[in-house]
Ligand binder design. Structure first.
Ligand code: GLA
Length: 383
């Protein structure tokens, strides 16, 4: 059954359209987005589909086809949408409707049914895909024509203010704005963007995503603690955000910080921004794309040792992939589980994959899910 068929069965009428929004991986630039820094994600081919129709009675009805959530339709009067409600998965789309209305957009009721191929809890932005699919569907249904960058900002507001997760702007922007064949260079301070051609296949390369199946979550507070530590670092250095600490001045900045934990967080953010700039320079010049491999691996070491958001399973993917001949590897996304990315020669994909499988089996970890990632299209209307 298609999502439109399920919609018809659930709501007894035809959907007015179907919209898709993808998950993402981040190539480089981790935990920089809430420090006004640089990120470089690209969209996955995995998407969340939303079949939708508008309603005139001020009611929002939501249904998810995901096996991870209860199967009933969640019914919410628009007048009752408010931050702090706890309707489980439905908080994401409901939060988007709230954010659109709170920003003054004349959004009324709607029926929505979602189905997703974005792995849930794998650090691949299934939440952002759900938010952006909802936002684009409503923008189109109500003829609002909201520009993509603004859609992302509204979706982040839903996640921060309504769901209560203190995330940055990267995931929503990636889902809303990425284009196929490109990574998206985003300056999270002024939200300026550049599409950077990223066609690994043309160079005989592959980027593998390795989902460790360790469920990551932001709600346990570790993400928020890192964010607060970064803000403390910026305050101690008397700058608006860590973005404002130039790489060349890092040693002097570190010398001014007393708290060793804050010093490590600052060192990660400042060096990570420099790694994004180095990656952009390598991808934009005639130099060999392979040169980005060691930059990715450096980023992992910094996330593991300084930012401390890795976990044994992610470290095992990186170490095993490199030992099996990969060009570079790192965790991607928020960390504490989730997924890693591995840059490898196409010819080495089988060896790298089987080495990771074997290493996980010997460590007694559940088998990881490994798949190649091709930079794909951002959110769009399907029908
Ligand atoms: C999560 C958040 C993003 C970003 C990354 C870390 O994916 O949603 O905003 O902070 O973690 O780079």
């Amino acid at each position: 059954m298609t999502v439109a068929d399920v919609f018809h069965e659930l709501y007894g009428r035809a959907a007015e359209g179907v919209w898709a929004a993808p998950g993402r991986v981040n190539l480089i630039g981790e935990h920089t987005d809430y420090n006004d820094g640089f990120v470089m994600p690209f969209a996955l081919p995995h998407t969340t589909l939303a079949a939708a129709g508008h309603r005139d009675d001020g009611v929002l009805r939501l249904h998810s086809g995901s096996p991870d959530v209860p199967g009933e339709v969640v019914e919410l009067p628009l007048a009752e949408l408010a931050p702090g409600r706890a309707d489980g998965w439905a908080d994401y789309p409901a939060g988007v409707v709230w954010a659109l209305r709170d920003a003054g957009y004349p959004v009324g009721g709607a029926d929505l049914h979602f189905a997703s191929t974005v792995p849930h809890g794998a650090g691949l932005s299934s939440s952002a895909a759900l938010e952006v699919a909802t936002a684009l569907a409503l923008s189109d249904l109500y003829g609002l024509g909201i520009e993509r960058g603004e859609l992302a900002v509204l979706c982040r507001r839903a996640e921060n203010a309504y769901v209560g997760a203190p995330t940055g702007i990267m995931d929503q922007t990636a889902s809303a704005c990425c284009t196929s064949g490109h990574a998206l260079f985003l300056d999270t301070r002024d939200l300026s963007q550049r599409q950077v051609p990223f066609d690994l296949a043309a160079h005989g390369l592959r980027l593998l995503v390795v989902d460790t199946r360790v469920k990551h979550a932001h709600s346990d507070g570790e993400y928020g603690k890192r964010r607060a530590g970064c803000e403390a670092g910026a305050a101690a250095l008397d700058v608006p955000a860590l973005r404002d600490v130039p790489y060349a001045e890092l040693p002097a900045a570190l010398a001014r910080l007393e708290d060793p934990e804050v010093r490590r967080l600052v060192r990660h953010v400042v060096t990570e921004n420099e790694r994004v700039e180095r990656t952009i320079a390598l991808l934009s010049s005639a130099s060999d794309v392979r040169a980005i491999g060691p930059v990715l691996t450096e980023g992992h070491a910094s996330l593991r040792d300084d930012f401390r958001v890795s976990c044994p399973e992610l470290d095992l993917v990186v170490d095993t992939a490199l030992a099996a001949g990969a060009l570079g590897a790192r965790m991607t996304g928020g960390g504490f589980g989730g997924s890693a990315i591995v840059l490898t020669e196409e010819a080495a994909v089988a060896t790298v994959t089987s080495s990771i499988d074997k290493a996980f089996a010997s460590a007694g970890y559940p088998a990881p899910r490994v798949f190649p990632a091709v930079p794909s299209q951002g959110a769009h209307r399907v029908s």
